[in-house]
Design a protein around this ligand. Structure first.
Ligand code: NAP
Length: 485
């Protein structure tokens, strides 16, 4: 571990967390700060053996945890919620150092991520059942819910904290034990969270965490073990497809939160101030590295030129730099490959006739920085229009006909988030209802809320996280037939 982290973070955990204990690995996984390119820490790099031990621990703890009364589970989750708030500053700093997002956004993620602990602490004690008379006879029908069993959770690097609590909180609330495999680029935040769970009184083996550079091998070891009952994954659609294929062999319960390609539609009746502010929020949160990030801007002819000008100005004005600097509003991308991908997307669009708009300046830094740009005159065949961008590029196309806008918005295999801006209620609502996506922001660029069901349709995934149905992802419904004599 480097001196910086040693000095700042006394006792930063770097081992696997298994069965309530920290396990030092045989090999090391380096963690890089994307703002500087420097290695800031190394963590244990586990393989199939570590994965098997972690699942053993989750299985060993499963029956006792399932038998714990909901109030106890709720109290533990609530304690974790408070501890996370107490440690918010330290954890936000660690998050920024390994992932790059500005400190204020990292603080926001800690608060957002903590809300899943509170939300599911509240949901935990409300999982009811049913008792009623069968319509055709004297039998009674009883319906109850039981924990699905040991869970494997695989999470991405873009929200290293919130994507973990969004899975661990409902799993624990439901009475499931869990093995977490965080993204290899952001393991430190996940390990800090393990310490929060440990200190909140989560019993040994209920939550386990394996850090690894061999994700496929670790996941396969656990998925092919017949004791695993559930796979929950957040990440790219490509990896989701592979995991679903593996899960199908086992007929595993799955929750899949996959990639997006969100349309952001500005209707003729839109208030341009609101639309530009919403666009900035929906595009630039986390530097565009969000599954719900606005990906394709469709703007009515009458507003398109001014919208593109104002969005260019707003995006270019974001101060770029190291996220640890409080003046920074836009951090680096996660790695060099992401920067190269942005350059390639812009080149491809320009080769197909696009115009590039930006006045942003790159910081003088070896970090993974890229200039935010708006692209106009977009060919719909350009890759930037077809695929999830995951960076600060905003392609803008004008439309004249609302049906054409709806058809263009749907022209993707993804169906996670969408945004529509308009001041005519009926027209705007009709448009929102017509969109094939799991979530729609109407006159807002921010939609994530632990109390709302988060998830996608089409190739964006299966299931919902958060909301009143989030707990069901970790519960089995059981029917008992009762004959009264
Ligand atoms: P990713 O490459 O799919 O990785 C996600 C996780 O899967 C990481 O932990 C990764 O480990 C692991 N992984 C990669 N290949 C694997 C394999 N063959 N078997 C098992 N695990 C494997 O995605 P990412 O680049 O980290 O995240 C960005 C993607 O996540 C975007 O597409 C974004 O839209 C999506 N996302 C979706 C949501 C949602 O709620 N729908 C939320 C956030 C992000 P390594 O780190 O070792 O590669």
């Amino acid at each position: 571990m480097t001196r910086t982290l040693d000095k700042l973070y006394d006792g930063l955990p770097t081992g696997h967390f298994i069965g309530g204990e920290w396990h030092v690995g045989n090999t090391d996984l380096p963690v890089e700060n994307p703002a500087t390119g420097a290695v800031i820490a190394t963590v244990a790099d586990g393989g199939p053996d570590t994965a098997a031990i972690a699942l053993d621990a989750a299985v060993a703890a499963a029956n006792d945890w399932a038998a714990t009364d909901p109030r106890t589970r709720s109290d533990i989750l609530m304690k974790a919620f408070h501890l996370l708030h107490e440690r918010a500053h330290r954890i936000a700093q660690i998050l920024t150092l390994e992932m790059g997002k500005p400190l204020a956004e990292a603080r926001g993620e800690v608060v957002y991520g903590a809300e899943f602990l509170r939300w599911f602490a509240e949901q935990c004690v409300q999982a009811g059942g049913e008792y009623f008379r069968a319509p055709t006879g004297g039998q009674r029908i009883l319906v109850t819910k039981q924990p699905v069993g040991p869970v494997l959770a695989i999470t991405p690097w873009n929200f290293p904290l919130a994507m973990v609590t969004r899975k661990v909180a409902p799993a624990l609330a439901a009475g499931c034990t869990i093995v977490l495999k965080p993204a290899s680029q952001t393991p430190l935040t996940a390990l800090e969270l393990m310490r929060v769970f440990q200190d909140a009184g989560v019993p040994a083996g209920v939550v386990n965490c394996v850090t690894t550079s061999r994700s496929a091998a670790v996941a396969t070891t656990i998925i092919t073990d017949e004791r695993l009952r559930k796979l929950t994954f957040t990440g790219s659609t490509g990896v989701g497809r592979k995991l679903l294929a593996q899960a199908s062999e086992r007929i595993l319960r799955t929750s899949m939160e996959l990639g997006g390609n969100a349309p952001f539609v500005v209707l003729a009746s839109a208030d341009l101030d609101k639309a530009v502010a919403g666009a900035l929020a929906a595009k630039m949160r986390n530097g565009g590295q969000a599954c719900v990030a606005a990906n394709r801007f469709l703007v009515h002819d009458s507003l398109a030129v001014e919208f593109a000008e104002r969005l260019t100005a707003a995006m270019s004005a974001l101060r770029m730099g190291d996220g640890m600097d409080p003046a920074t509003a836009l951090g680096p991308l996660i790695d060099r490959a992401a920067v190269d991908q942005m350059h390639w997307l812009i080149e491809d669009a320009v080769a197909r006739g696009a115009r590039v708009h930006s006045t942003a300046e790159l910081p003088d830094s070896p970090g993974h920085f890229v200039r935010p740009v708006v692209l106009t005159k977009i060919d719909p065949k350009a890759q930037v229009w077809r695929e999830e961008i995951f960076g600060p590029i905003a392609p803008v196309r004008a439309f004249s006909d609302i049906d054409e806008a709806l058809a263009l918005a749907q022209d993707t295999e993804s169906g996670l988030a969408a945004y529509v801006f308009g001041e005519k209620l009926g027209e705007t609502m009709n448009f929102a209802e017509g969109l094939q996506s799991g979530m729609v922001g109407i006159n807002t660029g921010i939609i994530s809320d632990p109390a709302a069901p988060f998830g996608g349709v089409k190739a964006s995934g299966l299931g919902r996280e958060g909301g009143s149905t989030g707990l069901d992802e970790y519960l089995e419904t059981k029917y008992l037939a009762l004959r009264l004599s």
